[in-house]
Ligand binder design. Sequence first.
Ligand code: M1P
Length: 246
Amino acid sequence: MSRRVLFLFDVDGTLTAPRAVITNKMLDFMTDLSKRTTVGIVGGSDEAKIVEQLDGHIELATYLFSENGLVAKKGEKLIGKTSIIDKIGNDKLQDFINFCLSYMSKLKLPCKRGTFIEFRNGMINICPVGRACSVEERKEFFEYDHVHKLREQFVTALKNQFPDLEMKYSIGGQISFDCFPIGWDKTYCLQYIEKEFDDIYFYGDKTYESGNDYEIFIDSRVQGRTVTGPDNTLEQVTADLTRLGL
Ligand code: M1P
């Protein structure tokens, strides 16, 4: 019997440029891939952002795991949804949010825009510049943070302030960081697919130790691939397809 194979992809830096919409070239490639094998997508962002980045083409993935799989869909069907409120409780979450707001109020940046805290189902996204910033302002913050290590310092402050919270902080994108209970990283999505497939190939760009693809990349349930960007994803998937005879 032939093996059941799943090709699982990160979004930013793997299928698309950071927070950008998928190119036509990649879209054509993924559409063709989805006809040859089963495709899954796992991103740190919420579903709306991932769908936007796929230019609405959610049909190319059988499995769509947003917020690392804290919201899990198979086709149109919701197969799982996990709440950070149930896990941590409103009281502690409010202390956490208050601390973040206070910390950010003391930061002087090149600019500040709106939406500094995005409360999702299974995680909180903290964004010092504000998620409403423009593409240019995003780039500017990213470069500023590269020099000043502002997000790293923020995470250190949170760890010191809430040593017992058992929260994981993940700097996966350009302007923000995600906060979620330890274990709610991208490996979270594997519970929905590990028994359905014999081989799961995962493609991600941030597979280094502090990256948000690291935990799933090293997980024994998957065969991890480190990519350098969408074009390289395409190359590596093509090589795997040839090797597997798909
Ligand atoms: O790459 C995944 C990250 O994408 C966004 O990050 P940013 O806006 O900082 O570039 C966010 O949606 C973040 O939650 C996510 O992990």
